[in-house]
Design a protein around this ligand. Structure first.
Ligand code: BES
Ligand code: MN
Ligand code: MN
Length: 457
């Protein structure tokens, strides 16, 4: 639409600068040191929502970080889109690996480098700017509600309760989310699913104190040796997970569905070169696309214990710890998988150690059917602005609240993400292409238009 293009091109620089301002706020939700910055970021999001034309915007306090909620209701008889995103970001460390400050955004080769550039400030901000485009040109097709939370990166612990307490207020026909990735700008795609998550922490304790590894070594269980062995036993020679019952509920795809999924453009050599690996590794019998999309996984995210300082210290440590995540697929239940893990992990501990297993946050997998009017509206919007039909893919990441939108609000979601897998989200030098940012702002109003039209309005 001409009016949208005109408004966007007239305000391009400001839209970019406002995003850079937001990226300067270190809204790290995991670290209490940044609590004030997180609150400041919520304020900045609110200001931008007001500027976008929302009639009401409120900062809703929670037991943790606040939720920013705004509305632009134009006509009760029109459909309503609930936009969801998050303004919190992952911690920036290891800092020494960044080429520029994580909270001092720079643009290099058309890419914005900063923590949160893609996940999710850059992406959620496209919706606020797209709303501004629609309101300022008097062309908003339907009602809009926007909810931007500050705890996604720490498991959205307080958002579930907020949903339960605000079912009527959050009533909508669809939830629209940009917090996922596309294959590439040449091959636009829409994720039609997300994996679930069960996140565990384990502690293995041997002797009641650190010991001299010469005096006691060989006679006393070393918790790090034991932990390494226990972790290694969690996969078999085919890289399948050995926890009894782990695969029982896994939804297997039909041969036809798998063929369809593998039609997505993917170059294994490019993939390996990009990651600096000589070979890929995963569950036998599945392709890389399947391993990251439709298969569950188990990975150690961190492991520690013993002496890791400079030089050598001969010590037989008292404790060893690890953080372990399992990505889940449809029908697996996060709580059940946590229990299976706990029982199994405790059962394989040898007599010389005690094992403590605790569960962190989790969430359920989701699939968004590609034949729904909402998905079709998203596909049509992509077709309009990219000139190509999007390829449906299955995303490997998790957004735990998406399953709750369905369970608590009864509302399905569409994952209209514009990130790229190599945007380094959660890594040093996170980036987001300026092109993708503008492309998102250009595409989103078409989703509103086509979604509204699919309701016969
Ligand atoms: N935006 C990501 C999830 C994502 C990334 C989905 C790329 C699909 C493609 C989200 O912010 C995230 O990082 N989620 C966490 C889970 C959360 C409980 C910390 C994740 O997937 O590890
Ligand atoms: Mn995210
Ligand atoms: Mn994230």
């Amino acid at each position: 639409m001409q009016a949208w293009n005109d408004y966007l091109s007239q305000n391009k620089d400001r839209f970019l600068n406002e995003l850079l301002d937001l990226l300067r706020i270190p809204s790290v939700s995991a670290d209490s040191k940044y609590k004030n910055d997180v609150a400041r970021c919520a304020e900045a999001v609110k200001e931008n929502m007001l500027k976008a034309g929302c009639n009401t915007v409120e900062i809703c306090p929670t037991a943790g970080h606040p939720i920013v909620y705004g509305e632009k209701i134009i006509d009760a008889s029109l459909p309503t889109i609930l936009v969801y995103g998050h303004y919190d970001v992952q911690p920036a460390d290891p800092l020494e690996l960044w080429h520029s400050g994580p909270f001092e955004p720079v643009i290099k080769d058309g890419k914005i480098y900063a923590r949160g550039a893609c996940d999710d400030k850059g992406q959620m901000f496209m919706h606020i700017k797209a709303l501004e485009v629609m309101t300022k040109t008097n062309t908003q097709p339907c009602n809009v509600k926007i909810m931007i939370e500050g705890e996604e990166e720490v498991g959205s612990t307080n958002l579930g309760k907020f949903l339960e307490e605000n079912v009527a207020k959050l009533k909508a026909d669809i939830v629209l989310i940009s917090d996922t990735s596309m294959i590439s700008m040449e091959h636009p795609s829409i994720e039609s699913g997300l994996r679930g998550l069960a996140y565990m922490e384990v502690e293995v304790t041997g002797p009641n104190r650190d010991l001299h590894s010469g005096v006691y070594g060989g006679a006393v269980a070393n918790p790090i040796n034991i932990l390494a062995k226990m972790i290694a036993s969690l996969h078999d020679e085919n890289n399948r997970i050995t926890i009894p019952g782990f695969y029982d509920k896994v939804q297997e795809l039909s041969a036809a569905e798998r063929t369809e999924l593998n039609k997505a453009p993917f170059d294994l050599n490019e993939y390996k070169a990009e990651l600096g690996i000589k070979a890929e590794l995963g569950e036998k019998g599945y392709t890389t696309i399947e391993r990251t999309g439709i298969r569950p996984t188990l990975d150690v995210n961190g492991i520690w214990g013993g002496y890791i300082g400079e030089g050598a210290k001969t010590v037989l440590p008292s404790k060893a710890n690890a953080k372990i995540s399992m990505r889940l697929v449809p029908n697996q239940v996060s709580g059940e998988i946590s229990d299976l893990f706990k029982n199994h992990f405790e059962s394989i501990a040898p007599a010389g150690v005690t094992v403590k297993v605790t569960a962190h946050h989790g969430g359920e997998a989701v699939v968004t059917p590609t034949n729904s009017p909402a998905y079709q509206a998203a596909a049509k919007a992509i077709k309009t602005t990219f000139g190509k039909d999007p390829i449906p893919t299955r995303g490997g990441g998790s957004i735990p609240i998406v399953a709750l939108f369905e369970k608590v609000l009864g509302t399905k979601s569409v994952l209209l993400g514009f990130g790229l897998d190599n945007d380094n989200i959660h890594s040093p030098n996170e980036k987001y292409d300026v092109f993708n940012y503008y492309k998102g702002i250009e595409t989103i109003p078409y989703f509103h238009k086509y979604f509204t039209e699919s309701h016969g309005k």
